[in-house]
Design a protein around this ligand. Structure first.
Ligand SMILES: NC(=O)c1ccc[n+]([C@@H]2O[C@H](COP(=O)([O-])OP(=O)(O)OC[C@H]3O[C@@H](n4cnc5c(N)ncnc54)[C@H](O)[C@@H]3O)[C@@H](O)[C@H]2O)c1
Length: 364
């Protein structure tokens, strides 16, 4: 299945297919002759299988968020220079969101912008990180402190890669799917709920069957369409609709950093943040109670933590400090995206009313 998007000046196509694409086909589609494959230690085998018999250089960065840093960017830029890549060369990221963010950033600055293709190999990468052009790396202890907008020309989503994905990564990606499907109201359809619940064995480490991959592929298709169409309307997140993609994220980021970065996966935090956004939206009269209940029920059935306070939240003070530091604060007001009818809406809270957020987070 192929989807075409336009993000500002850039055209981006998404291919959801069974297998990891061969490099020859990737080069052909991008009309390029030379490539650098960029992967991490866990996706090196997938990159090798993409390379096949071709003579392309491979740059392997360490796996994980801890190495989403300048050192990894520099390693990629050096590898590209050593491989003799020119501006018409192609950076091919093979991996999850860490690899695609790093490689995307490197491609965007290499000789003022080389070609970029992403072969996304995690569920979160497919439904979120690989699409829409945000690149970046962590700096000064702040996630994604430095980055660019640089959409990939082609994004490949090989479903076969999901068969080796650990349960925690399934759980992480699925939370973003649920969030995205709230935005286009498709979450509330019985068919969607059935597909979401079909993924439970993967979340619980009970293996990945063909019907499960089929359900995942339908959810990925839907998420790609929803995220892509929203990002098209506001390609550089200049205060438009794209902010809605942050549904639940103000709570999630505060939880993630208060629990200690890396303790909870991003998706686990997003799921809890989404549940908190539901109760905040209800409290403010924006979220119909039946929507709030439906969202929290599906999160609960899939085994996400939805209760407040979150068990990993030992230090409520750290949570509130992180929330107050959040970059989504504009003009002194705190921004939250909450489910609504339809989709979701942005609400602002002034600093004097933060007690409500503290209460709904189970901290008062
Ligand atoms: N650019 C964006 O718009 C955007 C959006 C959301 C998230 N992100 C970024 O994405 C990152 C998170 O992405 P992620 O969850 O994919 O993390 P990740 O890239 O760290 O991948 C998670 C783990 O899975 C491993 N892995 C990757 N593919 C695998 C496979 N097929 N089988 C087995 N293991 C595999 C990785 O090596 C890693 O250990 C964060 O840095 C976040 O900031 C970016």
């Amino acid at each position: 299945m192929t989807y075409d998007f336009t993000f500002g000046l850039y055209k981006s196509s998404v291919n959801i297919e069974q297998d990891v694409p061969g490099l020859e086909a990737v080069l052909g589609a991008a009309e390029s002759e030379r490539a650098l494959l960029v992967c991490d230690t866990n996706t090196a085998e997938l990159a090798e299988s993409a390379r096949g018999a071709m003579a392309a250089a491979v740059c392997v960065v360490p796996a994980g968020e801890a190495d989403k840093n300048w050192q990894s960017v520099e390693k990629i830029l050096r590898a590209a220079a050593e491989a003799g890549l020119d501006r018409d060369g192609l950076f091919v990221a093979v991996g999850g969101g860490v690899v695609s963010d790093l490689c995307g950033f490197a491609a965007s600055v290499y000789k003022r912008g080389a070609g970029l293709v992403i072969v996304s190999t995690t569920l979160l990468g497919m439904v979120d990180a690989a699409l829409g052009g945000k690149t970046g790396f962590d700096l000064l202890g702040i996630k994604n402190f430095a980055g660019t907008f640089y959409p990939a020309r082609h994004v490949y989503m090989p479903l076969a890669a999901l068969s080796t994905l650990p349960p925690r990564e399934w759980r992480s990606g699925l939370a973003e799917i649920i969030k995205t499907l709230v935005l286009d109201d498709s979450l509330y359809a019985a068919e969607t709920r059935g597909r979401l619940l079909a993924l439970k064995p993967a979340l619980d480490g009970e293996g990945v069957s063909a019907p499960l991959i089929e359900a995942a592929s339908r959810l990925i298709e839907r998420s790609v369409t929803v995220k892509g169409r929203i990002a098209e309307k506001d390609p550089e997140e200049r205060g438009g609709e794209r902010a809605l993609l942050n549904l639940g994220h103000t709570f999630a980021h505060a939880l993630e950093s208060a629990a200690g970065l890396g303790r909870l996966s991003h998706g686990e935090s997003v799921a809890w943040g989404l549940a908190r956004a539901c109760v905040l939206g209800e409290e403010l009269g924006c979220t119909p109670p039946e929507r709030s209940e439906a969202i929290r029920a599906v999160l609960g059935e899939l085994g996400y933590e939805t209760q407040a306070p979150h068990p990993a939240l030992a230090d409520g003070g750290a949570f509130m400090r992180a929330l107050k530091d959040d970059k989504k604060k504009i003009g002194g007001l705190f921004h939250f995206v909450v489910p609504a009818l339809p989709g979701a809406c942005l609400v602002t809270i002034d600093p004097d009313s933060l007690g409500l957020v503290e209460k709904l987070s189970g901290l008062l």
